[in-house]
Design a protein around this ligand. Structure first.
Ligand SMILES: NC(=O)c1ccc[n+]([C@@H]2O[C@H](COP(=O)([O-])OP(=O)(O)OC[C@H]3O[C@@H](n4cnc5c(N)ncnc54)[C@H](O)[C@@H]3O)[C@@H](O)[C@H]2O)c1
Length: 383
């Protein structure tokens, strides 16, 4: 089925990246103005399937009519479910309602759910699809930069509970990912920038040349859809696809590299109450700078590399210091407690993704808590 999607994409000069997984490989199609052709693409890739679209109210207002028109043209559309925008929709009550609504729309085993939105919709709708009628297929149509380069690829789905983020969920690989870079133009500059942190992450963790390319081309990439934006999304999606193919369920250590900047970042997000005070990507930008600074402190990474990373994140307008988070200054102990609660802890040892330089990340499993506390104390005091 992915061959059909690939052939169609090639005919229209879109880029296709294959995620190679035994028995469940799929295509990521990246292009401009894909919404208009998505009906044809899905009909080719999933013959006979009818589709139910899950989206949020913001995306619905901006882009749903175009998607619906394209699906209707192929006679595929069962209907749509619109959830409230924001992380709060990744919850049991919303999941419960969504599953009921999908059943009422008449979604059968052979049908398909389209997750049309950012990472919130992708995680929620992907989870619903994985449990509805013991599993129906999902097509991810990511509409944020973060979702196009990260969350729509790799099959992690889930919701949040009182105990923490993403603690309930499944691995459910999509059957197809359709990333239309033109829809990113309606994102607020702040959301676009936050998603860009995940793009930079791929350069910093394993591709120094890509980081250098981003330093030279980020302005064009931000300004409009076009060759630069497409290249950045493509290289990022390729990197994610390769990591997922190597370690689908985060069992071999490769996929853990994607957590670069995230253990620091998640702790900062939790302290900010997962609010508008600090978007996920902003927390990751601070986390990546901290990971570089800590690697320098341990004598692992040249200081010049850390300085270069900080310069780039600052040039783009991303925060790099803990002090940049609005509100009360966090206590280092509180940060450490949250970092230790994060899922990257094994047998009481903290694992962190550190770097030997730009493009050279690795997982360090034996982080000493006293040295980390000292580091965080200094970072929390830094302005
Ligand atoms: N599954 C994974 O592998 C994975 C990886 C990373 C992050 N995530 C999850 O992703 C979520 C964050 O995703 P996100 O940053 O995309 O947030 P989001 O889905 O909340 O989207 C951010 C905001 O942008 C709006 N929006 C979306 N597309 C738009 C568009 N084209 N134009 C205008 N507005 C638009 C949304 O309505 C929302 O208000 C988190 O829940 C995180 O846990 C999952």
């Amino acid at each position: 089925m992915r061959d059909g999607a690939t052939a169609l994409a090639q005919a229209r000069s879109e880029t296709t990246i294959e995620v190679e997984l035994p028995g469940r490989s799929y295509a990521i199609v990246i292009g401009e103005h894909l919404l208009a052709s998505s009906g044809q693409c899905i009909a080719t890739a999933l013959p006979g399937a009818r589709v139910a679209v899950v989206t949020d109210a913001n995306v619905a207002a901006l882009h749903l009519p175009q998607l619906k028109a394209s699906l209707d043209k192929q006679g595929l559309l069962l209907g749509e479910v619109v959830v409230a925008p924001g992380e709060a929709s990744k919850s049991f009550p919303v999941l419960d309602r969504l599953c009921g609504q999908l059943l009422e729309l008449g979604v059968e085993r052979g049908d398909c759910v389209i997750a049309f939105g950012g990472g919130v919709v992708g995680d929620l709708a992907g989870f619903a699809a994985s449990i509805l009628r013991r599993g129906v297929r999902v097509v991810q149509m990511p509409t944020t930069l973060l979702a196009q380069v990260d969350s729509s690829i790799g099959g992690k789905t889930g919701i949040d509970t009182r105990q923490g983020k993403n603690l309930i969920g499944t691995f459910h690989q999509p059957s197809l990912v359709l990333a239309d870079i033109a829809v990113l133009s309606t994102l607020s500059p702040r959301e676009f920038r936050a998603g860009y942190a995940e793009v930079v992450k791929y350069g910093l963790l394993g591709d120094a040349l890509f980081f250098a390319w981003l330093e030279a081309n980020w302005r064009e990439m931000f300004a409009a859809p076009g060759a630069e934006r497409r290249h950045a999304v493509e290289i990022s999606a390729r990197a994610k696809a390769a990591i997922v193919a190597a370690d689908e369920r985060e069992e071999k250590g490769t996929r853990a590299l994607l957590n670069f900047g995230h253990t620091f970042g998640h702790a900062l997000e939790a302290l900010a109450g997962y609010s508008d005070r600090l978007l996920h990507g902003e927390a990751i930008a601070i986390g990546m700078r901290l990971a570089f600074a800590y690697s320098v402190e341990r004598g692992l990474c040249p200081p010049a590399d850390a300085a270069r990373v900080e310069r780039h994140l600052t040039a783009v307008g991303l925060p790099t210091a803990i002090a940049a988070v609005p509100g009360d200054k966090p206590a280092p102990e509180a940060l450490l407690r949250l970092m230790a609660q994060d899922k990257k802890v094994k047998a009481g040892k903290l694992a962190l993704v550190l770097v030997l330089g730009i493009g050279q990340a690795f997982v360090e499993h034996e982080i000493s808590l006293p040295s980390l506390t000292e580091f965080l104390t200094r970072e929390c005091a830094r302005s």
